[in-house]
Design a protein around this ligand. Structure first.
Ligand code: ADP
Length: 440
């Protein structure tokens, strides 16, 4: 082949073929079956296996070579992937300059397809199959087509295919089979782009949260220490101004709440990547629950807290402080989501192989549709928002992670009446497990 050989024999789209295009090797039924398998394969391909997936699916079923070009945000065109099967007509000439000129012509044709949104069908079809545009490898085939990858009418790239087989003329197919193939590739690429954007956004958000949580911790710690010093000094000088003491107690309480929230923010970003160290000790869950109860009972005003512990020790292996943190979160929610007050029940039962903790309140409850999702990070039920109750949606995510790290489960129980009931189950320490026919 010399330089005068037409690379793209006619840049204008070939007039539509009178009959609907069908690859002679596939009947329309076979095409449908093939498209279904193709869609499945694309759905399972990752960004790194996408090219291989195209190669395996397209060659030789549809073509002897393919190249996929995508348009970058700056409008330039990049080869995403390319592969070829049988040996094509004349290979790339040794002359690099000629190779680059040929590549430029092919790119111009691809750009035309992308900008016009119209396919091109060629005889003597040259394609880019090389690894990069700086060292392009071009091959020429008997027949070829360049089909736009359209998303809502906008082309995001183009698929080029080439064939050496005389019985495979890629005639204009009025967007039929080749159009279907291109649409599926476009859809899969667009999905990958969206997933990548989502992952980037989540990463950026987590990075910001870590910085915010970290930056807030230091001044908060100083604030809490100063508050404690002030309270102690007031005790030392026997200053009994009731209002000042109350104000200080409130400041102290709010600063601690803020501290818990900052800790929770930090945990929410960390637990996802690398769980912080967990203690592995044997502890009595009853005592932990008693401690949580006592820390709440003294400060509740509109709520009554009822504790129902079983008489025996309930031994658990794990991190008592983490379990305490999880239960505090659940109780805190029980108070927060029952803005008009009411009774809160905290109950511990011992079963054959597990301990069960039940926490229920008489508040706004959780709509059935939201129950599966409230353990997701940043998820909030619709009624929490409509009741104007503030929150960020990370508390339950952390609770769930802590319970899971103890091989336990947490779920929202069916509540026939108003309010929410959470059931936590944790495996008992080995020494306490009873076989089913053992009596207590
Ligand atoms: P936050 O309370 O900061 O929104 P959580 O992760 O603790 O975050 O809770 C997630 C969501 O679960 C809440 O936004 C709320 O919709 C729902 N929720 C949790 N506990 C209760 C409860 N006791 N009663 C009603 N809804 C609750």
């Amino acid at each position: 082949m010399n330089e005068s050989t037409p690379l793209i024999d006619d840049l204008a789209p070939t007039p539509p073929h009178p009959t609907r295009f069908a690859l002679p090797t596939m009947t329309p039924d076979q095409q449908v079956t093939w498209l279904t398998a193709f869609t499945n394969a694309l759905a399972h391909a990752t960004e790194s296996t996408f090219g291989l997936c195209l190669e395996r699916c397209l060659i030789p079923a549809i073509a002897d070579a393919y190249s996929l070009e995508v348009m970058l945000p700056d409008g330039s065109i990049r080869t995403h992937s390319a592969a070829h099967g049988v040996s094509p007509l004349p290979t790339t000439p040794d002359d690099a300059a000629l190779g680059r000129r040929r590549a430029a012509t092919i790119l111009a044709a691809i750009a035309q397809v992308i900008h016009s949104g119209q396919p091109l069908f060629n005889r003597l079809h040259s394609m880019l199959v090389g690894p990069s545009l700086s060292e392009p490898t071009t091959l020429t085939f008997d027949h070829g087509a360049i089909v736009p990858l359209l998303i809502q009418g906008e082309a995001i790239g183009a698929l080029s295919i080439g064939s050496m087989r005389a019985e495979w003329p890629y005639l204009a197919d009025d967007g039929g089979f080749l159009g279907e193939i291109a649409a599926r590739i476009a859809f899969a690429l667009d999905n990958q782009r969206l997933r990548r954007q989502l992952a980037d956004a989540v990463e950026a958000r987590d990075a910001t949260l870590v910085i915010v949580a970290h930056e807030l911790r230091t001044p908060l710690a100083a604030l809490i220490t100063q508050m404690q010093l002030l309270r102690r000094r007031m005790q030392d000088i026997e200053l009994h101004d009731e209002r000042t003491l109350q104000g200080l107690a409130l400041l102290d309480q709010q600063a601690r709440r803020l501290n818990l929230l900052v800790d929770a923010l930090f945990d929410a970003t960390q637990l996802n990547h690398q769980p912080r160290r967990f203690a592995h000790e044997r502890f009595d869950l009853g005592r932990t629950i008693q401690r949580v109860h006592d820390s709440f009972a003294g400060v509740l005003i509109n709520h009554s807290l009822h504790l129902d512990l079983c008489a025996d020790a309930v031994l658990i292996d794990g991190d008592a402080l983490r379990i305490e943190q999880a239960l505090q979160n659940l109780l805190h929610n029980a108070v927060k989501y029952s803005p008009h007050g009411g009774a809160i029940e905290l109950c511990l039962e011992r079963h054959d192989a597990h301990a069960r903790i039940i926490i229920s309140d008489e508040g706004i409850g959780i709509p059935v549709a939201d129950r599966d999702r409230i353990f997701e990070r940043f998820y909030r039920a619709k009624n929490a928002v409509s009741h104007g109750i503030n929150g960020v949606g990370i508390g339950l995510y952390i609770v769930h992670a802590i319970i899971a790290l103890h091989n336990g489960t947490i779920q929202v129980a069916e509540t026939p009446e108003a309010g929410a009931t959470f059931i936590v189950e944790l495996p008992l320490a080995d020494t306490q497990r009873r076989s089913p026919n053992q009596t207590s």
